[in-house]
Design a protein. Structure first.
Length: 256
């Protein structure tokens, strides 16, 4: 199955009927019932989601493509390791990568984008989550989430430069010759930075890699909770902050 097959499958009646039956069984076992039509707000090549009205509020079903199907198992494990910092799933189907989660209300983007105080809280909460998870890097990786240690980064980047350069500038994913050459010239600087980071003693932890205002929301208690873990890696927690100045957001609820 290729990546491009997934949107076709997710748009089909067979998949919809099979997953809707699973949702109904899960909710029935928990004393809930579906109260209206199930909607499918988004189908993208990496994932889709269903919105399910129930007598206990909306719930969200998410399924990723095969390359990112680890997210369901990862979120379930994170909820065990750091309760209250990520949204606890209602149910997970590990084999199919199905993730059923309760609605958490509006994200920062849906609200107003978030104030400086909101973002201070989001970043502080995610930093606390990283520290809390640092002893469990091996367990997180065991859910299927690939890691990227500092010492392995230069080789990974060099490989990616080569792969993207082969696509060429005519492909929207590709690198032009000029960009590939510039990236290659920067590799020695990356090697030095990664060597310094590797020697720092900072432990590996969960790196979000997709922190923005549509994947973060304040919880009822006022703390920030985190969603969307399909792009997460086990790597040095300072990597992302050093890589870019603009900070995005985070959470585990209803985003595809």
């Amino acid at each position: 199955m290729t990546t491009h097959d997934w949107p076709v499958i997710w748009a089909g009646p067979e998949w919809r009927a099979e997953v809707s039956a699973w949702i109904g069984d899960v909710l029935h076992a928990k004393g809930c019932r579906i109260t209206g039509p199930i909607e499918q707000p988004r189908i993208q090549f990496w994932s889709t989601q269903l919105v399910v009205p129930s007598d206990r509020g909306r719930v969200w079903l998410k399924q990723n493509n095969a390359g990112q199907s680890f997210e369901a198992a990862l979120v379930a494990r994170l909820a065990e390791l750091a309760p209250g910092r990520v949204v606890e799933p209602i149910a997970v189907d590990h084999e199919r990568g199905l993730l059923l989660s309760p609605d958490q209300g509006p994200t920062l983007r849906e609200r107003d984008g978030g104030t400086a105080a909101d973002w201070t809280r989001v970043l502080a909460e995610f930093g606390a989550l990283q520290r809390q998870l640092s002893p469990y890097a091996a367990e997180i990786a065991a859910t299927g989430r690939p890691g990227l240690r500092a010492r392995d980064t230069p080789a990974y980047v060099e490989q990616r430069i080569d792969e993207l350069a082969r696509l060429g500038g005519g492909d929207p994913r590709g690198l032009s010759r000029e960009d590939a050459a510039a990236a290659t010239m920067a590799l020695p600087e990356l090697v030095d930075a990664c060597t310094e980071l590797d020697a720092s003693g900072i432990p590996d932890s969960l790196q979000h890699n997709d922190l923005h205002d549509d994947s973060a929301f304040p919880s009822v208690a006022g703390a920030a909770e985190v969603r969307r873990f399909r792009r997460r890696r086990v790597e040095p927690p300072v990597r992302r902050a050093a890589h870019r100045e603009r900070v995005d957001g985070a959470s585990a609820r209803h985003d595809a």
